[in-house]
Design a protein around this ligand. Structure first.
Ligand code: ATP
Ligand code: MG
Length: 501
């Protein structure tokens, strides 16, 4: 037995995150850890990786039968444990190589040996089939690419136990496949892996055993062969789950948003167009899905319309038939556009503030009472959101930083729902959200459309785009290469358009 965690209990102020949890791992095994948002998965991994030091939890950890006590992440690393965190933890200002070797830079005569560091980085990245200049600053990479750098960083530590906390939430299908190839290689080298994911297809494809956590307790550990997806879902949520998608039947109103001949230029290379002659519209009451591979320009399209693009943008935007100028996100909000972003850390949340301060951030005007804000109304509205979106937290006063990843994403959504937008941009809105909450969320989106809001949905999860959209646009290398009505869209047609065939 490579790893055994016994009777782990972890208490936060007001929250028992883990209670008497047992978990073990064999050499060369991939053991999946699943459960709803807030079930305690990340907390268990943070205990194992030394983020929560010995003494801050109850229970015991054994590696190769020997009891261990980690006081820091470094300690755990020495014992061969590496973790890929759920939230990206790279330093934006540093280069790829500097991030990978942060704190363990190869040096000669007290000087950092940059050449060696960059060469080693190149080797690791090549192993991952990922070509990128090791000197590129992390901040310039897309989230997906940053995620791969995180993985490269963990791999470079020669870990015997690798913890992956939702590693693929920002990866494309082909990147995920690459990752799985690597994980299979590591398995052969006897590395043990703990794999956390809300994507059950992945869990069933890569894992040997599955453990389900619910409300901080282990409810099941078994071989994958002995479980079905539906069983796992029921174990996670503690009840049977009905169909995931609402029955979509929307009646459209007038055109809410129209974009004509939009061209978006690269921020670095001002002559390079990353979006070319984009024209489309979305009606009141319609859900317009935008599909495409990573790098196709989907996020850039939303950001450009939202006034959140640093490079040049040309073209025309009409809202309810009226031409508008949007130069900043504030202009966009004034025009009743809301934007639920994919990167909650960067644009979505003020992490050190409370839930209610975050949810009301974009709609403070609504809560104004003379020169002050009506705190009671703010808190009441937040409590309602917490109930309807099932945000798991002790109260509206809880700090967002202390919420589980999925619950943070729900706070972002709630914030924009309170602005009462006419047009909603959703960029990978369900990333990191568990199956049960996803369903809640889909029904919310559906009812928003039924209230006459125009929804633009970007998602890398094809079932999500197909299941929710009335109409689907496909982007490929900055151009629209396909448009399908709900009734005619199939995964094959969309993939063909997305790959430019
Ligand atoms: N630092 C903290 N302070 C207070 N409460 C915390 C802290 N970290 C986590 N919690 C709480 O502990 C519980 C478990 O959180 P955890 O992050 O482990 O969930 P998770 O299973 O990883 O969920 P997700 O799928 O959303 O990532 C949640 O109720 C969360 O709010
Ligand atoms: Mg988590």
């Amino acid at each position: 037995m490579l790893l055994r965690m016994r009777s782990i209990t972890k208490q936060f102020p007001g929250v028992k995150a883990l209670e008497d949890v047992n978990f073990d791992l064999f050499e060369g095994e991939c053991h999946a850890l699943v459960g709803e948002n807030g079930a305690g998965k990340s907390t268990l991994m943070k205990i194992l990786s030394g983020v929560y030091p010995c003494g801050s939890y109850e229970g015991e950890i054994f590696i190769d039968g020997e009891q261990k006590c980690f006081y820091s992440v470094k300690d755990a690393e020495k014992a061969g444990i590496a973790i890929i965190f759920q939230e990206l933890s790279l330093v934006k200002e540093l280069s790829v190589a500097e991030n990978i070797f942060l704190g363990r830079e190869p040096s000669r005569f007290g000087m950092i040996n940059r050449d060696l560091m960059e060469r080693k980085t190149q080797e690791i990245l090549q192993d991952l089939h990922f070509s990128i200049d090791p000197r590129t600053p992390i901040g310039e990479l897309s989230i997906g690419k940053q995620q791969i750098v995180e993985i490269a960083k963990a791999l470079s530590k020669q870990a015997r136990i690798l913890l992956l906390d939702e590693p693929t939430s920002a990866l494309t299908e082909s990147e995920t496949e690459t990752l799985f190839e690597i994980l299979k290689k590591l398995k052969k080298r006897n590395v043990g892996m703990i794999y956390i994911s809300h994507k059950l297809e992945e869990v069933f494809s890569i894992s040997d055993r599955i453990t389900v956590l619910r409300d901080g307790k282990t409810v099941k550990t078994d071989l994958k062969e002995n479980l079905t997806k539906n069983q796992v879902i029921s174990l996670m949520v503690g009840r049977e789950v009905e169909s995931v998608f609402p029955k979509i039947s929307h009646s459209f109103g007038d055109v809410a948003l129209e974009v004509k001949n939009l061209n978006v230029y690269d921020t670095e290379a001002p002559n390079k167009r990353i979006l070319k002659n984009i024209s489309f519209h979305v009606c009141k009451g319609e859900i317009l899905g935008i599909a495409g591979l990573m790098g196709a320009g989907r996020t850039e399209l939303l950001r450009a319309i939202f006034g959140d693009w640093n490079g040049k943008v040309t073209g025309e935007i009409f809202i309810e038939g009226k031409k508008v100028t949007i130069n900043s996100p504030l202009d966009a909000i004034r025009n009743k556009i809301a934007f639920v972003t994919e990167d909650r850390k960067r644009y979505g949340l003020v992490i050190e503030k409370s839930i209610f301060e975050n949810t009301t951030l974009a709609s403070l005007k609504k809560f104004a009472k003379g020169f002050v804000t009506d705190k009671i109304a703010e808190i009441k509205a937040t409590q309602e959101l917490m109930d309807s979106l099932k945000i798991k937290a002790p109260s509206p006063f809880a700090t967002v930083e202390n919420l589980s990843g999925g619950n943070q994403q729900k706070v972002v959504l709630g914030k924009w729902l309170l602005t009462n937008p006419k047009i909603m941009f959703l960029d990978e809105p369900t990333r990191g959200i568990d199956v049960g909450a996803k369903r809640e969320f889909y029904f919310q989106i559906d009812s928003l459309a039924k209230q006459g809001r125009a929804i633009v949905l970007v998602s890398s999860e094809l079932p999500e785009v197909l299941g929710l959209s009335d109409r689907i646009l496909v982007l490929h290398e900055g151009r629209i290469t396909g448009e399908f009505l709900r009734s005619e869209a199939t995964p094959e047609k969309i993939m063909q358009a997305a790959t430019g065939l």
